[in-house]
Design a protein around this ligand. Structure first.
Ligand SMILES: [Zn+2]
Length: 364
């Protein structure tokens, strides 16, 4: 049972203007941002939905598929847009389910110019296609928002434990990261020309939610993501706060992370799962030569939690196979991950949600 915490209501909001559209308080608008064209001259527009509350508050952008093959975020946004509680929104929610439409259509991370869109911000009107798409999205959408949650998955054939990545010392970022209510937070540096870096430079705090695998939908990642975004919206005062009696995830911040790579070429068999606790000296996996008895065991060189695994058995020497995060209290993190997973599996959003969306921000 949840009890609503009464707070003074924010003042009435004013009309909100974005990309040449003005939305009145209490209204929502779905529009297409005219972007690039296909070779056929068919327009390839970017759908944007704005839900503008009757009361003032932050302008939160939730975007997905900047890497066009990362699909969990597309589904997270689809589920969020039908929540009835958005009728009581303070502030404005801007939803962009597919930023990289070229990649989405081609089931690819990249754009036709072979660029990674998340290395092209803030972009340029005169650059090649990735730079133009970055410029359009940054100028017309991102710069009109006060906060951003950017949704990603691991790259193809890799699986990420649901986690938040954020530069926690940047203004406003820690509050959002902790507010996501997920066990694992990676305090990660900013890569130049990424959305996180460039929006941060513009004074807009950004967190990245990383969960699951490219080209796959993963229910646990999706439910954790929906829950996390609603939790951030409550933290920012966009949705009513509640005292929740059920256990919420305690966030733990990783002190560092490292990749463990294949020591020989061959067929890879993992011995530990995503989210597992490993100790220095543990066997992480085995790589075997298919036509000889040669075999190499991959040994952990640190204690930590497995936050990413490679799922492709065919590996070359040097391929990244496990990403391990180190924490001060590894045992507590392992317990929190297990507890969070069982909470997610027991959540009423789980599985049936795809057919009959329910609203985690609604009462009950
Ligand atoms: Zn990504």
């Amino acid at each position: 049972m949840e009890v609503e915490v009464k707070k003074a209501r924010p003042p009435k909001s004013q009309p909100f203007t974005i990309a040449g559209h003005t939305i009145a308080p209490g209204e929502r608008l779905l529009f297409n941002l005219p972007g690039a064209n296909l070779y056929t001259h068919t327009p390839l527009d970017m759908p944007v939905e704005v839900i503008h509350g009757r009361r003032s508050g932050p302008v939160l952008l939730v975007c997905a598929a900047i890497h066009g093959d990362e699909l969990n975020g597309v589904e997270i946004i689809r589920r969020m847009r039908s929540f009835r509680s958005l009728g009581r929104l303070n502030g404005t929610l801007v939803l962009v389910p597919v930023v990289n439409l070229f990649g989405f259509i081609h089931q690819s991370r990249y754009l036709p110019d072979r660029r990674d869109l998340n290395r092209c911000f803030p972009g340029s009107e005169r650059g090649s296609v990735a730079s133009r798409v970055a410029n359009l999205f940054f100028k017309e959408v991102v710069q009109h928002c006060s906060h951003v949650i950017d949704l990603h998955t691991a790259a193809v054939h890799r699986d990420n434990l649901p986690q938040v990545r954020a530069a926690l010392d940047e203004p406003g970022v820690r509050e959002m990261a902790m507010g996501f209510s997920i066990p694992v937070i990676i305090n990660s540096g900013l890569i130049p020309n990424s959305l996180r870096h460039e929006a941060g430079q513009a004074g807009i705090p950004v967190i990245t939610y990383e969960a699951g695998e490219a080209l796959r939908l993963d229910e646990k990642s999706i439910v954790s993501g929906v829950r996390g975004i609603v939790s951030v919206m409550r933290t920012l005062g966009m949705l009513p706060s509640r005292r929740i009696r059920t256990i919420r995830a305690e966030p733990y911040i990783a002190s560092s992370t490292s990749w463990f790579r294949a020591s020989i070429d061959g067929v890879f068999r993992p011995l530990v799962k995503l989210g597992a606790r490993v100790a220095s000296g543990d066997s992480l996996g085995v790589i075997s030569a298919p036509f000889s008895s040669e075999e190499a065991v991959l040994i952990a060189k640190t204690d930590g939690i497995v936050i990413c695994v490679n799922n492709l058995p065919l590996v070359n020497e040097g391929d990244a196979l496990f990403h391990i995060a180190r924490f001060g209290e590894t045992g507590a993190v392992e317990e929190e991950i297990a507890s969070h997973e069982s909470n997610v599996e027991g959540d009423r959003l789980y599985e049936i949600e795809a057919i009959n969306p329910t609203d985690p921000a609604a009462s009950g």
